[in-house]
Design a protein around this ligand. Sequence first.
Ligand SMILES: [Zn+2]
Length: 433
Amino acid sequence: MKTARICLLILSVFPLCAAAERPTLIASAERLAERIEQLSAFGANPEGGVSRVAFSDADIEGREYVKGLMRKAGLAVRVDAAGNIIGRREGIDAGLPPITLGSHIDSVPGGGNYDGDVGVIGAIEVAQLLEENSVALRHPLEIVSFTDEEGLLLGSRAITGEVGPAALDIVSHSGKTVRDGIRAVGGDPDRLAEARRKPGELKAFVELHIEQGAILHEEDIDIGVVEGIVGIRWWEVTVRGVANHAGTTPMNRRHDAMLSAADFALAVNRVVTSMPGRQVATVGTIRAEPGAPNVIPGKVVMSLEIRDLAAEKIQRVYDAIVAAAQDIARARSTPISFTEIDVALAPAPTDKRMRRIIAESADSLGLTHNSMPSGAGHDSQEMTRITPTGMIFVPSVEGISHSPKEFTSPEDMANGVNVLLRTVLAIDGGALD
Ligand SMILES: [Zn+2]
């Protein structure tokens, strides 16, 4: 870290800071690391990570810890109807909408100590730095710890009004239904609509998060400026051949659905990698019927998933895959059909101005940065529906995530918080207006 240089840059870039000597308006890597470690005690698993699934006892204990940190940072804490924890700091101008920061502290089963946690602890660090240095913002500041990100994106979906009644009956990883889970964390599932925030009600939303991929770590880049959260489409792909005796049917008289399926998986990879761009596609499941060692497969069912930042690109990749499948089907006389599964998620681009503000904030700190899509889902994708949204990535060592081996260094976390803080100051100073 180039601390001295950073302070000079802050003073020159942000007049708010220049009002007084504020050499400590820099995130404390030690405090961040200490708090990440303390939070990781709630739901600690033997492998060194956490299993802190939403609505579990560990989640409830972790939430209390977060509320305590928010209060220490001078925030007024409330829990909305969806169980989102919201810490608020008032601004000078009461009429202005809040600048909102946040992420989540629930984990997948067998998760790590950084996914989501860095965004919540980091946002609280921003509030605490402002408080400790008596920096008054024009806008209110709100820090949100979203409910059940890893399950349903429940908290952020409730804020955007996207949670239907059917979601409440889903049984979460905690064993509780979502309805009972919301009650257990202090929300009210019967009044979920009250958690909703209207478009324009928030000034902006910014989420700090670990990359969960290896690009920043491998290329030794400090900050990822997220261009958006990729859209996802799924299909069930069925190959129809002819089931027959595996011992008595000569090789030249077969219509083997498995061979066509194998060709198909290779073709998907070929099509996707031959097009420019960062699209990804995956054949993730495969099932042969009748599924016996001594029967030539008469039918094979596979999954196909395609992700990209642009909906048109997903469609183009799909069209090319279908064309390749038709060639395979013809060559082996095994028809291939596609049925779309209804899980489509539209791409959620971040706000262009927010990307610029984040990049400039990183520049002002002497940090290197790269634009990149997020291949994983985040609360931010929901927030793009109602407010200008930006997302800041920090490196994940080896790109490992959703694993106890997840790791982001204290320095990288502090870099992310410093960019987050400067992004808040820039927005407060009118950079979005
Ligand atoms: Zn996350």
